[in-house]
Design a protein around this ligand. Structure first.
Ligand SMILES: *Cc1c(COP(=O)(O)O)cnc(C)c1O
Length: 406
């Protein structure tokens, strides 16, 4: 093949992808075509790679020649997914993982050693909380949990040996916010790194690295897939930090994303902008409908003026997200609501094209004690609604009818 047929040949008139709109980055980012010039991204479903000579293998393993050696270390399809997500998030570097929890586990455990300390908000995704309360202590790592909206508690919790600060904002399930810029400043003052679980906001509505965070974590299982198909996760940040803290750990402990799943997620990214903006638009309308219904005790949506941290939401997010939470008073009312739904599914997942409602106290948050649940506001009447892509009028009718039945 001659050079002028190379589908990746440099175009001297090419634009800088960093200047593109998110929708363009999501479709054009990370593409490296093979010599066949295929339109869609190829799937490299291969475990390993071959070398022309023994010297080439030597150089590849030494790292003096670029290239892949084994998919546990990296793969062209997972790399394409990483590059596209990094472009969107404005990150220098991205590593992909088999699930969101594989990514967050790596982010936490890669930053600490015995004798170190972690600070995190109390309202956390259940498995993140389990890592901090059950797993990290086995390695001599202590955690202080704080009320995320209270900056004084974050400040008081920082210690000289704090090495990792974990922020989930908006937090599951009641969409409590943490001021990323303010907490990052406090963390950096004691030499700690800040990890932000950005699942609920999505990379479209919140860019934590720009606000001072060091690492952004995603469960790609949610909005990035968007169709409820595969698990995936990612960490983004500076190349120096991600290589230093995680490179060897990833290579030797094996949380690698499958190239097939990376391909599904690449295709998910293509429509992320369109889907998430539409889902958020519908969520905004449904949040109003839910908040104004007489059966609702309280509604939670970051871009509603009655959210306790509305001003912060407007400052650090550019959209309210796709999840609405509300309190119907008690378990019977919440169950009546769920059982009266005819379009929306009862499911613990979120970020899907299909709208889903869940009762956190008996599902996602059942491993917490009642006291722990109440500490983060998860009462028996709480319902979490993940708004999908169905028609807004159909969803409004379904939710309105189910609220009437509550
Ligand atoms: C789903 C989720 C995770 C875990 O991701 P998996 O892909 O299920 O492992 C972590 N944090 C948040 C906020 C989530 O919603």
């Amino acid at each position: 093949m001659s050079a002028d047929e190379d589908p990746n040949a440099e175009n001297p008139n090419a634009e800088n992808p960093i200047d593109w709109e998110p929708a363009t980055k999501l479709i054009r980012g990370g593409i490296e075509r093979t010599r066949y010039g295929e339109t869609s991204e190829p799937i490299f479903l291969t475990q390993s790679f071959v070398y022309q000579t023994a010297e080439a293998a030597d150089a590849r393993f030494a790292g003096s020649e670029p290239g892949f050696v084994y998919t546990r270390y990296g793969n062209p399809t997972t790399l394409a997914f990483e590059e596209r997500l990094a472009l969107l998030d404005g990150a220098e570097y991205c590593r992909s993982f088999a699930s969101g929890m594989a990514a967050i586990h790596m982010a936490i455990m890669g930053l600490v050693k015995a004798g170190d300390h972690i600070v995190a908000g109390k309202a956390l995704f259940g498995s993140c909380r389990w890592i901090l309360s059950h797993w990290a202590p086995r390695f001599g790592v202590e955690t202080t949990l704080v009320d995320a909206p209270d900056l004084d508690q974050w400040r008081a919790a920082m210690r000289p040996n704090t090495r990792c600060v974990l922020i989930e904002t908006p937090a599951n399930p009641l969409l409590e916010l943490t001021d990323i810029a303010a907490v990052s400043e406090m963390a950096h003052a004691v030499g700690a790194k800040v990890v932000v679980d950005n699942v609920f906001a999505t990379p479209l509505f919140q860019q934590p690295l720009r606000l001072g965070a060091d690492v952004v974590a995603y469960s790609a299982t949610k909005h990035i897939d968007g169709g409820g198909r595969v698990l995936g996760g990612a960490l983004l940040g500076s190349k120096a930090l991600l290589e230093d803290a995680f490179r060897d750990l990833i290579r030797h402990t094996g949380p690698a994303l499958s190239p097939f799943n990376a391909w599904v997620l690449l295709k998910g990214l293509e429509s992320l902008d369109l889907r998430v903006r539409r889902q958020a638009e519908t969520a905004t309308a449904l949040a109003d409908l839910i908040a104004e219904h007489p059966k609702t005790k309280r509604a939670f949506y970051p871009f509603r003026a009655d959210h306790a941290q509305y001003e912060l939401a407007r400052r650090q997010m550019s959209g309210g997200g796709t999840v609405v939470a509300f309190d119907l008073g008690g378990r019977a009312e919440a169950f009546n609501f769920l059982n009266a739904l005819r379009i929306v599914d009862i499911s613990n997942n979120l970020g899907d094209a299909k709208s889903m409602a869940t009762h956190p106290a008996t599902t996602t948050h059942r491993s917490m004690t009642e006291e722990q649940r109440l500490e983060v506001g998860v009462t028996e009447g709480c319902v979490r609604l993940s708004v999908g892509l169905e028609g807004a009028r159909d969803l409004a009718r379904d939710i309105g009818r189910a609220l009437d039945a509550a």
